[in-house]
Design a binder for this molecule. Structure first.
Ligand code: AMP
Length: 197
């Protein structure tokens, strides 16, 4: 694993522990020689992760849409900052650059980005690991929502299991490095499955 994409809040959250865990992740990436790919911002947990990688001597690639540069939220001290035309272009570029995806706590943007990667993967686009690096159970209710999707037959159980959730950094990196994607069909309804045969 040479590069890892981190999605996280453009705010820092209510408790210092969010920043502390973001720093721990950044320091670990630098120590392991894994380049950080992220949204290129200098705000919230995004800025914290980027700074912690850089401070520990690691490399950081930011991918940011022009609009956000104009709003002056781009990080000026990165190893490389790629400015792209749109949010769509950014997602696709981050996908190409990264060997895996990690969501730290965040808001709409963080969930949008990590769920897009999960969505693409269950349709067979890409075979890269996705992890929710949890802090103080922040993502536990979301995992409950995924279980509900499985119970209600909106999500294949194998796709549900095809992600990592936890707060142990070592365990997450071990899982990501050993990852092989699930092979389950996206569709569970008999009608759709018949049409595919
Ligand atoms: P949110 O979780 O809603 O705070 O959004 C964070 C995610 O959206 C990040 O992973 C970024 O890719 C993107 N994003 C939101 N705000 C910014 C910003 N000010 N600069 C760069 N990217 C941002």
């Amino acid at each position: 694993m040479k590069t890892l994409c981190v999605y996280c809040g453009s705010n820092s959250g209510s408790q210092p522990i969010y920043t502390e865990r973001a720093i721990a992740l950044g320091m670990r990436l630098a120590k392991d020689g894994i380049t950080l790919v992220y949204g290129g911002g200098n705000v919230g947990l995004m800025g914290v992760v980027a700074d912690s990688v850089l401070d520990a001597g690691g490399e950081v690639i930011g991918v940011i849409p022009e609009q956000l540069v104009n709003w002056e939220v781009a990080h000026k001290g990165l190893t490389k900052l790629e400015v792209v035309g749109s949010m769509h272009e950014r997602k696709s570029r981050m996908f190409d650059l990264s060997d895996g995806f990690v969501a730290l706590p965040g808001g709409f943007g963080t969930l949008d980005e990590v769920f897009e990667m999960l969505t693409w993967r269950q349709l067979g686009i890409g075979d890269k690991p996705c992890a929710f690096f949890d802090v103080e159970g922040f993502y536990t209710p979301l995992m409950g929502m995924l279980d509900r999707m499985v119970a209600e037959r909106f999500l294949h159980p194998e796709q549900r299991e095809d992600l990592w959730h936890g707060d142990d950094l070592d365990a997450m990196l071990v899982w990501m490095k050993a990852y092989t994607p699930a092979k389950a069909d996206k569709w569970m309804d008999e009608k759709r499955r018949k049409a595919m045969r």
